[in-house]
Write a protein that binds this ligand. Structure first.
Ligand SMILES: C[S@@+](CC[C@H](N)C(=O)[O-])C[C@H]1O[C@@H](n2cnc3c(N)ncnc32)[C@H](O)[C@@H]1O
Length: 185
């Protein structure tokens, strides 16, 4: 819950705000996570998306977070969540650090972004994802929530991913309240 601004209002790294639960419920009415999927949330905050996916689909999920305090809160949330979800064997991993430094694992294949950072950083992260796809060929999806025009342009112009679905929040006044789902190859 809640928001967290960076103290110096950096333009590179955006503030913390969680994806609303109703948006996640809607997304997963239209998008299926398979048993073999492995998900990464770039800029995971306190872990809402990580716990939601882990709990609902029981697949391995990794969250990357660069704000130290937020990362610590994600770990505390994990400890509490794990007491209730011992029966789910799939791992949850939180990694502290910059999304652009994350080493994409050969098993990672679903990548989630809720407007975490600048387009420049997004471009670097997406390059790492594409490189990993070329090294270990597999189907991969990128999910953007609240996609900004620059992010869409990067997906279109700088990557081999193609748009396969749009999930719009019904009655949303803000046109950006939607998910875009891209697939490779
Ligand atoms: C808008 S929140 C999204 C939280 C979560 N993904 C969700 O949807 O509920 C973005 C998060 O990205 C983190 N962040 C910003 N820049 C980052 C970077 N370069 N690497 C990792 N995390 C970053 C922020 O600290 C913030 O917690």
């Amino acid at each position: 819950m809640g928001l967290r601004e960076w103290r110096d209002h950096t333009v590179e790294y955006n503030r913390y705000e969680a994806t609303p639960y109703e948006a996640l419920d809607l997304l997963f009415k239209h998008y299926k996570i398979e048993k073999t999927d492995q998900v990464v949330d770039f800029g995971c905050g306190r872990g809402r998306v990580v716990f939601y996916i882990h709990n609902r689909f029981q697949v391995p999920v990794t969250g990357i977070e660069v704000n130290e305090l937020t990362y610590e809160e994600a770990l505390q949330n994990k400890a509490r969540y794990r007491q209730r979800a011992q029966h789910i064997k799939a791992p949850i991993r939180f990694e502290f650090g910059l999304a652009e430094h994350y080493q994409v694992r050969p098993e990672d294949n679903v990548f989630y972004f809720f407007n975490p950072f600048s387009a420049k950083t997004f471009n670097k992260v997406v390059k790492n994802i594409v490189r990993s796809a070329q090294e270990v060929e597999r189907t991969m999806d990128i999910i953007l929530y609240y996609p900004l025009p620059k992010f869409k342009m990067i997906m279109q112009q700088n990557t081999p991913f193609r748009l396969i679905n749009k999930v719009r929040m019904p009655r949303a006044k803000d046109k950006a309240e939607k998910f875009l789902i891209y697939r490779y190859p």
